[in-house]
Structures are given as structure tokens and as C-alpha cells.
Design a protein around this ligand. Structure first.
Ligand code: 4NP
Length: 176
């Protein structure tokens, strides 16, 4: 089976396209190919834009491929994605208020940081310098691996030799 993950921030030009690129890259590094990753913003201000040039620069420095056109979260995301991961509490609350949540949502909606014990948000780097984007990158690497550990499992998801029941259970894991 394939699991699908939507990473969400405010503008969908800084944190979430980086999170999308990093999660896909970390999954690939584990040999996991049956994962679909996308990103979106809770706001509409940057629809159609490329990722912020600082996000592109940091991903380039780390050799992480990135290509995304900003879009806003839509109601169908709540039925088409298994997981929707919010960058911070403000975006989490916006997702929880979203009309899509009331229309047969199947998605597990969580703060991405909740996959680590410190439960930290990804701070908005937009008004700062490149250092902030590098910090976001490092956090995305840690959160990607925490997510993959918990949801996909170290072996059961990426390793096709394991039994399907375990894969299914891992993919359908529920909110805490
Ligand atoms: P993002 O960052 O939510 O990580 O994409 C931001 C991008 C744009 C703005 C704020 C945050 N803005 O105010 O335009």
C-alpha cells in the first residue's frame, strides 16, 4: 500500500515545501518508494508561487530535490490524504476548523512536531535570515525520521518482505 502525507504551513513557500522535499528524500534514503508526499498552505497569498529562494538554496546545499507550486489546503485533502502534518499550532487550528474536517475526513491531522517528545512547532522563518531556513531543514530531517519510524516502521513499511497486515496497521495508525 501507499501512504499519502500532506505537509502544511501558512504560505506553502517556506516550511511545507521544504518539509515535503525532505520527507520524500528521507523516505527514499530508507528505500521507501510507496509514499506520496505533497504540501499546501492554510493561506491563499502565495498560490502558484515557487518555493522561497531561501528554501530552494538550503535544499540545494543539502542536495535535496525540490519542485513545488504553492497551493491552498482544500476540502478534498481531508479525504485523499492519510496524514496531514501541521508546521505549527496556528496552522493545526486552521486545519481543525477547515470545512474538509466535517466532510468525511479520513486524514490523521497532527502537529508534525508531535512525532517527537518535545512536541515543538516549526517556527516561521519568513522574516529572518538563511540560518532560520537551515534550522527548519534540520528540524524537517528529524521530524521526517520520527514520522517514518512511527508510521511506516523501520522495516515493515519499506521492506516488502514483511507481512501486509503489519504494513496495513502501520499505515492506518490513529491519532493519540
Ligand atoms: P511559510 O512561511 O508559512 O513557511 O510558507 C511564510 C510565507 C509567507 C508569509 C508568512 C510565512 N507571509 O506573511 O507572506
Amino acid at each position: 500500500m501507499t501512504i499519502s502525507v500532506l505537509v502544511v504551513c501558512l504560505g506553502n513557500i517556506c516550511r511545507s515545501p521544504m518539509g515535503e522535499a525532505v520527507l520524500r528524500n528521507e523516505a527514499l534514503k530508507r528505500g521507501i518508494t510507496n509514499i506520496h508526499v505533497d504540501s499546501a498552505g492554510t493561506a491563499a497569498a502565495h498560490i502558484g508561487e515557487d518555493p522561497d529562494e531561501r528554501t530552494i538554496e538550503v535544499c540545494g546545499t543539502k542536495s535535496v530535490p525540490i519542485s513545488h507550486s504553492a497551493r491552498q489546503v482544500r476540502a478534498s485533502d481531508f479525504t485523499s490524504f492519510d496524514y496531514i502534518l501541521a508546521a505549527d499550532g496556528s496552522n493545526l487550528r486552521a486545519l481543525e476548523r477547515h470545512v474538509g474536517r466535517r466532510e468525511g475526513s479520513k486524514a490523521v491531522v497532527r502537529l508534525w512536531g508531535s512525532y517527537l517528545p518535545d512536541n515543538k512547532p516549526i517556527q516561521d522563518p519568513y522574516y529572518g535570515g538563511l540560518d532560520g531556513f537551515t534550522e527548519v531543514y534540520e528540524q524537517c530531517v528529524k521530524l521526517s525520521n520520527a514520522f517514518l519510524d512511527e508510521v511506516a516502521g523501520k522495516k515493515s513499511y519499506g521492506d516488502n518482505s514483511t507481512d501486509g497486515t503489519r504494513c496495513h496497521r502501520a499505515g492506518m495508525e490513529d491519532t493519540p
